[in-house]
Design a protein around this ligand. Structure first.
Ligand code: AQP
Length: 326
């Protein structure tokens, strides 16, 4: 059976980009694959966050993942720091990736510009991500388009390790959705929608209420030529709305454009489709939120399952790399 792995950081609130680009596809794929989904709390430590945010955020994120449809009885849902092998394998990854390769990561360049204290962990982030993926003999990594470069470097590290130390890791493939792979900021459609966006009006949170969603989509930046056409280079704002509407209704964004002569109705339909998509998620989240002990139990069950696979891979890596086995 195809092994799937993906992770998500417990920072900030989940937004429409995370959902359409990643987590919705996780929920869809869990039934036909052997799927592992991870709350990557160690990655969240690469930037300084307020006290308690990672701990509380991990629980809230796990509840949100279940609300979007992950079933811990079907897939393996767990927290990264509960499986010690992630940090251990990350060291072997760091010793098999070059400074030059890490320096070329665009996410590092973007994020290091945003913070006064740039940790070494932010720089070596892709090595930890490679460890996350390779620990589970992963075939497929369902992610948004922004993660393409990180999956490439994971493959490069695995390939280098295998050539040098003998066959140890499976080489994973990125699986990127046709629509929703890069949801853009509503106020600045040149940037991806993100938790750390400068304008909160640019990002639709999965917990935003319908009025907020309507307001944000209504005030989304478009352009002045008035033509509804799917063309990201010339018309990023309008194309982003078509993309969101297409992803929310499972339709092709380019063919949706012919249904609209003006921006107003496109915005109204996009808002309605997003609200319809998000409302059941919010209702499930409210139920799950009331029982943190049950969430913790399910996460512990997931960590037990994850540890079994991770420990076997780690043993293989330790032996092949040439450590004295205890
Ligand atoms: N705008 C997006 N469109 C499509 N997919 C997206 N993803 C994130 N933003 C978009 C996908 O969500 C998954 C989880 O990513 P993450 O944990 O790395 O979250 P993130 O990228 O840190 O989220 P943000 O909002 O972009 O946070 P900041 O602002 O801190 O950088 C990944 O599969 C990602 O592709």
């Amino acid at each position: 059976m195809t092994r799937v792995f993906s992770g998500i950081q417990p920072t900030g609130e989940q937004h429409l980009g995370n959902f359409l680009g990643a987590t919705r596809n996780w929920a869809r794929r869990q039934h036909e694959t052997d799927a592992f989904f991870c709350v990557v709390d160690l990655h969240a430590l690469t930037i300084k966050l307020p006290d308690g945010e990672v701990r509380d955020g991990s629980l809230r994120l796990a509840q949100m993942l279940m609300a979007v449809g992950l079933d811990p009885e079907v897939c393996t849902l767990f927290v990264q720091s509960h499986v010690r092998e992630h940090a251990e394998l990350a060291w072997l990854m760091q010793c098999n990736v070059s400074f030059g390769e890490l320096s070329r990561m665009t996410q590092f360049k973007d994020k290091s510009d945003q913070h006064a204290f740039v940790s070494a962990g932010l720089f070596t982030y892709p090595a930890l991500q490679a460890a996350d993926i390779l620990l589970y003999d992963t075939n497929e990594v369902p992610v948004g388009d922004d993660q393409r470069q990180h999956i490439e470097i994971t493959r490069d590290i695995a390939d280098r390790f295998n050539s040098h130390y003998g066959e140890t890791f499976v080489l994973p493939e990125a699986v990127i959705p046709e629509t929703g792979a890069r949801v853009m900021d509503l106020q600045n459609p040149g940037n991806k929608m993100s938790k750390s966006s400068e304008s909160p009006k640019g990002t639709i949170g999965l917990l935003d209420d319908p009025k907020q969603i309507e307001k944000k989509i209504k005030s989304a930046v478009t352009d002045t030529d008035g033509e509804v056409r799917f063309d990201f280079a010339q018309k990023p704002g309008v194309s982003n709305l078509l993309s969101i509407l297409g992803a929310a209704t499972d339709r092709d964004p380019a063919s949706l454009a012919v249904d609209y002569a003006q921006y107003g109705p496109l915005k109204a339909d996009t808002a309605a489709a997003v609200i319809e998509l998000i409302e059941p998620i919010q209702a499930r989240y409210r139920e799950l939120e009331s029982d943190p002990a049950e969430t913790a139990r399910l996460l512990a069950m997931g960590a037990d399952k994850a540890r079994e696979i991770a420990a076997a891979t780690m043993d293989r890596a330790r032996t092949n790399v040439g450590l004295l086995i205890d």
